[in-house]
Design a protein around this ligand. Structure first.
Ligand code: PEP
Ligand code: MG
Length: 323
């Protein structure tokens, strides 16, 4: 089976009725790019930059970051690379920042919240990204956006750093898309408003599910509430995709759900444009998508959206498609 999948390595991902979607990879370090290319990735849908900051005892410099981003962009050639700005906090801590302990780290001072407060850290990363933008097809993505103001503020800082660099005579690409992760229900609900200002969405279901169901993603006792196929989750995902498309933008997904064989038919039906997952999952996902018909999956998704429970949706997809 592995051999058969490898035949798809240089093929497109396209439904039987001709809808092209992108199958991309989640990476954590420049070393991961090798596996993305080996597995036929059409892009990087999520570069988790936290790892640059972890397992060391001080912040990475602008130059260190620039080298890492440049390496990934160059290796990916002209394929899209979505780099997520620092998403620290929650399950990912940086001891050297000496942040106070919190009762609810997942609801606390993390990701974009921290970056907008600790602006030196954020601006350094933005400069490194802007400098690297000349070396490939860079897209910048902000994590854990809960309000429009957060997005506007983050984008403003990006524009400020861009202007500074240009005044210093540094070349910066004029074609960098700037988007957000949709991980917080408030942002999914107001996706129509966000869609007027962002260039793209990427749904982070790992967090979106935990915040929608109010179930800590690390807590085994409430793991039963972690339900990717729950109609409430599907409806939120639909809102995001519809809002993107109504505004001429694209919508991807970079949570675990994007590589799940039960979820994939539903997501094709909802119109998702980009699926980002672990590199070893990509060819299997491409193989599955290449055998689906989008028009049929739309009906499948419509029916799922009207169901009451995750279990019903799961059984329905299994029975209908034999997955
Ligand atoms: C997510 O929340 O779905 C996501 C991709 O981000 P992370 O898993 O890094 O929190
Ligand atoms: Mg997340």
């Amino acid at each position: 089976e592995k051999q058969e999948l490898l035949l798809l390595k240089n093929k497109q991902t396209i439904t039987l009725d001709g809808i092209h979607v992108e199958v991309a990879a989640n990476i954590g370090t420049p070393k991961d790019v090798e596996s993305v290319l080996e597995n036929g990735g059409e892009g990087v849908g999520l570069y988790r930059t936290e790892f640059l900051y972890m397992e060391r005892d001080s912040l990475p410099t602008e130059e260190e970051q620039f080298q890492a981003y440049k390496q990934v962009l160059e290796q990916m050639d002209d394929k899209p690379v979505v780099v997520r700005t620092l998403d620290i906090g929650g399950d990912k801590q940086l001891p050297y920042l000496n942040l106070p302990e919190e009762m609810n780290p997942f609801l606390g001072f993390r990701a974009i919240r921290l970056c907008l407060e600790e602006q030196t850290i954020f601006r350094t990363q933005l400069r490194a990204l802007l400098r690297a933008s000349n070396f490939g097809n860079l897209k910048i993505m902000f994590p854990m956006i809960a309000t429009l103001e957060e997005f506007r503020e983050a984008k403003q800082l990006l524009l400020e750093e861009k202007e500074k660099l240009q005044q210093e005579g540094t070349l910066v690409s004029d074609h960098i898309e700037v988007g957000i992760m949709v991980e917080i229900p408030s942002t999914a609900v107001l996706a129509d408003q966000f869609a007027k200002e962002v260039d793209f969405f990427s749904v982070g279901t790992n967090d979106l599910i935990q915040y929608t169901m109010a179930a800590d993603r690390m807590n085994e006792s409430v793991a039963y509430l972690y339900q990717p196929y729950h109609p409430a989750i599907l409806r939120l995902v639909k809102m995001v995709i519809d809002a993107a498309h109504a505004n001429g933008k694209w919508a991807g997904m970079c949570g675990e759900m994007a590589g799940d064989s039960i979820a994939i038919p539903l997501l094709i039906g909802l119109g998702l444009d980009e699926f980002s997952m672990s590199a070893p999952s990509m060819l299997k996902a491409r193989n599955q998508i290449n055998q689906l018909t989008q028009m049929e999956m739309k009906q499948l998704a419509d029916k799922a959206l009207s169901m009451q429970t995750s279990e019903q949706v799961k059984q329905y997809v299994k029975e209908t498609l034999g997955v």
